[in-house]
Design a protein around this ligand. Sequence first.
Ligand code: BEZ
Length: 442
Amino acid sequence: MAELQEVQITEEKPLLPGQTPEVAKTHSVETPYGSVTFTVYGTPKPKRPAILTYHDVGLNYKSCFQPLFQFGDMQEIIQNFVRVHVDAPGMEEGAPVFPLGYQYPSLDQLADMIPCILQYLNFSTVIGVGVGAGAYILSRYALTHPDMVEGLVLINIDPNAKGWMDWAAHKLTGLTSSIPEMILGHLFSQEELSGNSELIQKYRNIVTHAPNLENIELYWNSYNNRRDLNLERGGAVTLKCPVMLVVGDQAPHEDAVVSREFWGGRGRVGVLGWWSEGYLAKRQALFGTGRATMGPKRLIPGKNEMGMGLMGKELGSGSLGPLEGRGHREYNVIHSASCLHQVECNSKLDPTQTSFLKMADSGGQPQLTQPGKLTEAFKYFLQGMGYMASSCMTRLSRSRTASLTSAASVDGNRSRSRTLSQSSESGTLPSGPPGHTMEVSC
Ligand code: BEZ
């Protein structure tokens, strides 16, 4: 019998015949930290913010966002907005390699370049869409210029600086892995990378053969040297605008959550503790395996309330613990929530302004693998801000929205009362009081 194989399905719904991508115009402006290039699609719409994107390390605006912005259903959204796609310095197509010793801007300085772009274009407000390093940069910009940012879609954000152990592990990994391998490990999960789907082959090729690899390494170094965003719920440092946090449920390895559990013949007997998988991997790399190396544990606040489900994926049996002799074995169990940083980030943001979207079957880059789901979530997000008239919604969206909308959201009549999301897996919709964080899987 033929063996069943797991295949990764990438949604494809390109532009319809007759639909042509809008003409793009690329500009460069000088800033105190060097020049920055960005590409503008569409024309400014009165009383509407621009959509401003910032890509992750190893990519540029096209390789990061083209599949999302050229997705068929996305057209009904973006035709209502001008888009500004920023390329981090040295990442634009055809960028020359920076001279040796070039001081690449920090992520904070990259954020400080954004006002120069918006002044040049004479745009007053934006809705930011960022991935990884780009999500961090847009958040930093929103913290320093809250009046300029009407909303943020943050995909795979890590708002924290690297701790000492992350650093040590990073240095160790650097001894055995090349820069492209490390960057691919940041973008995709190990499972995806070893699956080597067409998408992975494409992005492996993009990163490995990038003519500007030296520049990419500089952006990578800035990302790894980022400061903590120091977000505090209700504190002085918090995002004031509506935020949609997005994470793929198979986001890279280091974000997964692991519990150490006792299992017996009748199933789970007890849980010893919870750790980040990245933490365990790093600790293992530094100090070797064995039960004695498990602590100190990194607890995940509210882990159970966050609905982290058990995947029951065995990492291997370890040494026997206190339940030894009763037939129990101790296992590391990887949990499906691979979103530790996002969970932390979510807990630090204003719950009345934040929605948290955990996307199934999306790998590390939901904007590449699930443009349809992300488009729909983005539509709800904009609708919650009062920017998508219901007449613009697809039939499917309209029927779901009818039961979701808590505030009238008529085009031009903006309300910031609630962000909408969906759960497509079960067909049920998230309930809960309006104006509270919604954690949604789809
Ligand atoms: C856009 O229409 O905004 C777009 C088109 C191609 C690549 C990225 C964005």
